[in-house]
Design a protein around this ligand. Structure first.
Ligand SMILES: [Fe+2]
Ligand SMILES: [Fe+2]
Length: 171
């Protein structure tokens, strides 16, 4: 089982791989599909960090300023993601907006991998336990997203019936 920080680094790599794929792809339709996949990966990744990882960091290390900055960067990314979500493959703004998202995420990943994750790894946080919790939640969110996207085509909304985590939010 991956530790929490392994899981996070792995997600980052996957998304960066999709950024390259988007870049190398010529067809607009294919680009849109890759963009959708990026949105889905990032939505899940952000939830895992916001619900489980960041609260655990706050609880064990404090680091309010670092976490506040991370949260703001998530909000910035989500704003761009909302715009992207509305776009169609023929939309002229798609590539430009996607590259805004790429810049935003690359910067954020640099901060996490350069500052937050090393601090966490030097601490005595139980990264195996947090990793288990994140992985379980990831499977749950992935299944939910699949169910919603097959049921209603494009429109995905978060399921309200998800069972509550025992140690999810607000530590
Ligand atoms: Fe991250
Ligand atoms: Fe993050």
């Amino acid at each position: 089982m991956p530790s929490a920080t392994q899981l996070i680094r792995r997600d980052h790599k996957k998304v960066e791989g999709l950024f390259d794929k988007f870049e190398q792809t010529k067809k607009a339709e294919a680009k849109k599909r890759i963009a959708d996949q990026v949105l889905q990966e990032l939505e899940i990744h952000a939830k895992l960090e916001e619900e489980i990882f960041y609260p655990a960091v706050r609880k064990h290390l404090g680091e309010e300023d670092m976490l506040e900055e991370a949260k703001q960067e998530h909000e910035q990314a989500k704003k761009i993601m909302r715009e992207l979500k509305k776009m169609q493959s023929e939309d002229e703004q798609l590539e430009e907006t996607f590259s805004e998202l790429v810049d935003c995420i690359k910067h954020h990943v640099e901060e996490e991998e350069g500052e937050m994750l090393p601090k966490v790894e030097e601490s005595d946080m139980d990264l195996t336990e947090i990793g288990d919790e994140m992985l379980e939640r990831k499977e749950e969110l992935t299944a939910q997203m699949r169910a919603t996207s097959t049921k209603s085509g494009a429109g995905r909304k978060p399921a309200k019936t998800a069972r509550r985590r025992k140690s999810g939010r607000a530590a």
